[in-house]
Design a protein around this ligand. Structure first.
Ligand code: TXA
Ligand code: MG
Length: 315
């Protein structure tokens, strides 16, 4: 199956493939026409740069110019959920980076993904395999629901282990900055290279996605609650779905309850987050409510996704 998938990519096709974070929608990173189809199929704004995925240590240097600090991060976290943004080389067509002179590159920690990237020629450009703005897919069925019939193949690798996307870290100048919270925490990065900053508030691009206020969104509106929040109470006849880290006190009040981790593990919660949102959204409830999680470690990435999902649609 990997050989077939690689053949499709070499010929300019689109393949959804598993990574340790979420499913990606892949095209040959050096084929501008194929990458253009990704934007079409996802209905993704053309200002939104796409991550380039590599498999062989050292090949990243063909596509980006890595500063000295990168070596320690790559040695520690690749393959894994860390995307490094660095100045790009000419091998990457401008459409991949949405015209930016930087490129995001990562090496996924997933055997099928690595096999596919190698067999397909060494670099696959891939955003998450969802329609733009909707919840990212962590199972093949999520991809099929959204993109079936519009892409050439879905490579089935079961469920994604990490469940939230890679951390995006800019090494493109000045102090390293986290552009998106993800599978590798700030603390893990700082243990290797010292202090990093957050790029919140400062926009790389006016609407660099993942940074868009409303993103990762369910169709059913979702609210984040405070402790003892009255909004947690369904009105008479109202169908409310609850998303919570651990088992709630009154599960019977809700039409559906998704517990992210019985034991309160943030890692397990991250792995379950998007699948839980898909299940709740498929039920066509009146609204969804979520209890906030502690914001340390992976809780930062989880709360980032929930807040963007909860953001009122401003059109
Ligand atoms: O875990 C992941 O990163 C997944 C899997 C498939 O690898 N991919 C993913 O891609 O989440 P996507 O396109 O959904 O999100 C990529 C994020 C976007 O927020 C984009 O703005 C940022 O990375 N990004 C990519 N290249 C960039 C660049 N050159 N400068 C700034 N941000 C960049
Ligand atoms: Mg995405």
């Amino acid at each position: 199956m990997i050989q077939l998938a690689a053949e499709i990519i070499r010929r300019g096709g689109l393949v959804a493939f598993p990574t340790e974070t979420v499913y990606g929608l892949g095209a040959d990173a050096c084929n501008a026409m194929a990458v253009a189809r990704i934007f079409e199929v996802k209905r993704r704004p053309s200002i939104d740069p796409i991550i380039v995925h590599v498999a062989e240590p050292g090949t990243e240097k063909r596509y980006g110019q890595f500063p000295p600090a990168a070596a320690a991060l790559i040695g520690r976290f690749w393959p894994g959920p860390l995307t490094l943004v660095v100045p790009r080389t000419d091998r990457i067509p401008p459409i991949v980076t949405a015209g930016l002179d930087t490129v995001g590159i990562r090496m996924p920690d997933h055997a099928a993904a690595l096999g596919l990237i190698r067999a397909a020629g060494g670099a696959i450009a891939a955003p998450s395999a969802n329609v733009f703005g909707y919840v990212s897919p962590t199972e093949p069925a999520h991809v099929a629901e959204q993109l079936s019939g519009r892409i050439d193949l879905i490579l089935d690798g079961g469920r994604c282990r990490v469940g939230v996307e890679s951390t995006v870290l800019s090494l493109a100048g000045g102090i390293p900055r986290i552009l998106r919270a993800g599978g590798i925490t700030q603390e893990m990065i700082e243990n290797v290279i010292g202090p990093v900053a957050w790029a919140n508030g400062e926009r790389i691009r006016p609407e660099a996605p993942g940074q868009l206020a409303r993103h990762y969104a369910t169709r059913t509106p979702l609210e984040i609650l405070c402790a003892n929040d009255v909004r947690a109470q369904p009105h008479a006849g109202e169908q409310v779905g609850l998303l919570t880290l651990v088992a709630p006190a009154h599960p019977d009040r809700y039409a559906a309850v998704e517990v992210l981790s019985e034991s309160g593990s943030l890692r397990e919660a991250a792995a379950n987050l998007f699948a839980a949102l898909y299940r709740l959204d498929r039920m066509h409830l009146d609204r969804l409510v979520a209890y906030p999680l502690v914001e340390h470690g992976l809780g930062i990435a989880i709360m980032d996704r929930l807040r963007r999902c909860a953001q009122a649609d401003t059109g």
